[in-house]
Ligand binder design. Structure first.
Ligand code: ATP
Ligand code: MG
Length: 659
């Protein structure tokens, strides 16, 4: 094939485009002139910064000494005041801030237990928790680890830390003791906030026990605050005297007065968060207060088109950056009503998400391609059981979304009515950087469309020169933005080296992208995943999308393996849909399918059928492990893998096929 860009996405872009409907456009928060205003980033972000409450106004918008950025210099503020206190004055005291649903079914209910916290309730609880933390000896600048189930107290704990100026580091509740210990030691946390347990797919996760084990080798930890979530009858725990304190006892002992917020400098650390480990050892990204809040608030408002009557549900866990920026800080800074669900999407049955949407009349749903592909695999009957008419906007994040999955989401969940915002961003970027704006942008399935106003994204070649429209290269960001990470905790040099050395002064995302003739951005996956097969650059993403577009395939991961003649050859790992017979004929069919969809050059040399793909705990496909397997290498860091058995299984099959 001569032209590797005439791919499936190119075909789709010609035929499928979704302009904003008039009814959406007339009501939308964002207007086309936002792009116009965003042409000058510094002025644009200064304007956006007026959306948050400053204790002391900033005197200068940006100080940029690449790669070191400072935003809103001289400004002081408090994040919890912006997310909570100020809404008491703007008429939201009795409006729901959090609608929470627990996982276990409650007899006589639809689904599980529900708790609603108004902004007034949230204010009271954040103040009590902030007092309790201060009483435990936590002060401004001390790091606090949070390892909790998806309950309102996780959000309360984050905001309480922010209130007293103690940076938090949230650790996903699925991590094992060793991973907790690594993170706690890396940032030197003084305290850990956890729970006796948490519900996940009908089981109880022993959160406290994991923390107790982790704390053994964590000398900086002086206090452990323990929430009683599942209770003595379900999971008895014995607290360690002198170190551990029950959450309810600490809060009951706290004064009922307002806990005076620490007004911090705009550049004061708000949190440290470790990346998901898809490409290597997790990195502790440091985010600061003012810029991060401005970036997340402005994007949440424009991208999710938040309105007073919306029920907004972001299905991420607070342990990931999506949970930080788009469950907690961005939506709450906007005074939104956020739904939080404790458990698994397929428990007790595969329609749990749709039951929740119908029960709470969710209007905005933000989830991940991996979840959407699972729902496709479960079958259309599950969403069809429920009334999804409350939905008006759908979002995705985390991985490139295959056009096939996009269309399914649009049709089966959005019933053709809801715009889809495919949002590209990273733990490093803090805020959404590439995304459609509902009401403004014409979308194309599989494309994250355009940079958010004020963001200067580009696609460049090896030398850092912009590539012509229609071709691919490295995704970079040319101008700093307020939500960007400031450094890696304790490792300025690794930060500079990883993100700022490849193209000096320009942020290197590590992702490959292509721009089509109309300038739309198409994410191709990690740079390491963009292959060179006999001189043709092929994004593994496009081959995966071609495979997923076949009716027998639920999910696919494609990697490059060293090939004597071609340089690199393609190997694909494929999970069939339920009920599909996986035999040699299927493998042949799939190879032919890729060859006809993209071109003979993209035809995989090998296809392996596997029941599962290896995923990180944030549910992303870990292609680097498949590469290690295929090339017979020692496996890299596997601490963030969901299920190590999957890798062992694939390894065995792979060895078997090779033999
Ligand atoms: P690590 O950096 O430790 O390898 P990670 O990159 O998976 O882990 P995150 O910061 O959670 O950690 O994920 C950001 C990455 O996810 C992006 O660099 C990109 O590869 C992918 N991504 C996120 N959103 C999208 C999207 N809408 N389209 C395509 N890719 C996306
Ligand atoms: Mg990354």
């Amino acid at each position: 094939m001569q032209n590797p860009s005439s791919t499936i996405s190119a075909l789709l872009q010609e035929h499928r485009r979704f302009p904003p409907s008039e009814s959406i456009a007339s009501r939308a928060n964002a207007r086309a002139d936002l792009y116009e205003r965003g042409r000058e980033p510094v002025g644009f972000w200064a304007e956006m910064a007026r959306g948050i409450d400053w204790h002391t106004p900033f005197t200068k918008t940006l100080e940029w000494n690449a790669p070191w950025a400072k935003w809103f210099i001289g400004g002081t503020l408090n994040a919890s005041v912006n997310c909570v206190d100020r809404h008491l004055a703007d008429g939201r005291r009795t409006r729901a801030a959090i609608i929470w649903e627990g996982e276990p079914s409650v007899p006589g209910n639809i689904g599980g237990e529900v708790r609603v916290l108004t902004y007034g309730d949230l204010h009271r609880e954040v103040n009590r928790a902030a007092h309790a933390l201060r009483d435990l000896g936590i002060a401004k600048g001390d790091r606090v680890a949070i390892y909790m189930p998806m309950v309102p107290e996780a959000v309360i704990a984050m905001l309480a830390c922010a209130r007293i100026g103690a940076p938090h580091t949230v650790i996903f509740g699925g991590f094992a003791p060793e991973a907790i210990r690594d993170r706690v030691n890396d940032c030197g946390a003084k305290a850990i906030i956890t729970a006796d347990g948490g519900y996940r797919r009908g089981n109880v996760v022993p959160l406290y026990d994991n923390v107790a084990k982790a704390a053994e080798g964590a000398p900086t930890v002086q206090k452990v605050l323990v929430l009683r979530r599942v209770g003595e009858a379900v999971r008895p725990v014995t607290l360690k005297a002198g170190r551990d304190v029950w959450w309810h006892e600490a809060l009951d002992a706290a004064p009922t007065s307002i806990c005076p917020p620490e007004m911090v400098d705009s550049e004061h650390p708000l949190y440290i968060l470790y990346t998901s480990g898809t490409t290597g050892k997790p990195k502790g990204m440091l985010h600061t207060t003012g810029g991060y809040l401005v970036g997340t608030m402005a994007t949440a408002r424009a991208v999710f088109d938040l309105k007073d009557d919306d029920v907004y549900w972001c299905t991420a866990d607070v342990g990931w950056v999506t949970g930080h920026s788009y469950i907690v800080y961005g939506p709450l800074a906007n005074g939104a009503t956020c739904l939080i669900y404790e458990g698994a999407p397929d428990f007790p049955d595969k329609d749990r998400f749709w039951q929740i949407v119908a029960k709470h009349r969710v209007s905005i749903l933000y989830t991940a391609p991996t979840a959407i592909r699972s729902f496709m695999r479960f079958g259309d009957a599950f969403p069809a059981r429920h009334d999804l008419s409350s939905l008006r906007l759908l979002g995705t994040v985390g991985e490139p979304i295959n056009p096939e999955a996009w269309i399914w989401y649009h049709e089966k969940i959005g019933h053709g009515r809801c715009p889809i915002v495919d949002t590209w961003w990273q733990t490093e970027t803090g805020q959404i950087l590439i995304t459609p704006l509902p009401g403004v942008t014409t979308t194309k399935p599989g494309s994250a469309t355009f940079p958010f106003p004020g963001i200067q994204a580009d696609v460049v070649d090896e030398q850092g020169n912009p590539v012509p429209l229609g071709s691919g290269g490295y995704l970079v960001i040319r101008h700093p933005w307020p939500g960007m990470a400031r450094t890696l905790w304790g490792d300025d040099e690794r930060y500079r080296e990883t993100y700022w050395s490849r193209f000096p002064g320009i942020y290197f995302t590590g992702d490959g992208a292509r721009r089509d003739e109309e300038g739309y951005f198409w994410l191709l996956g990690r740079v390491d995943d963009v292959l060179n097969v006999a001189g043709h650059r092929i994004g593994t993403m496009e081959v995966e999308s071609a495979l997923v577009s076949h009716p027998s395939v639920a999910e696919a991961a494609v990697i490059g393996v060293t090939h004597e003649i071609k340089g690199q050859a393609l190997a694909a790992f494929v999970t069939p849909r339920a009920g599909i017979v996986a035999d040699d004929r299927l493998i042949d069919t799939l190879k032919r399918h890729v060859a006809t969809t993209i071109g003979p050059i993209a035809r995989p040399d090998q296809i392996f059928i596997t029941a599962e793909l290896p995923k990180t705990r944030s549910a992303k496909i870990m292609r680097r492990l498949l590469r290690d397997i295929a090339e017979g290498r020692v496996l890299g860091d596997t601490t963030t893998l969901t299920d190590p058995a999957v890798v062992a299984d694939i390894r065995e099959r792979y060895a078997h096929t090779e033999a």
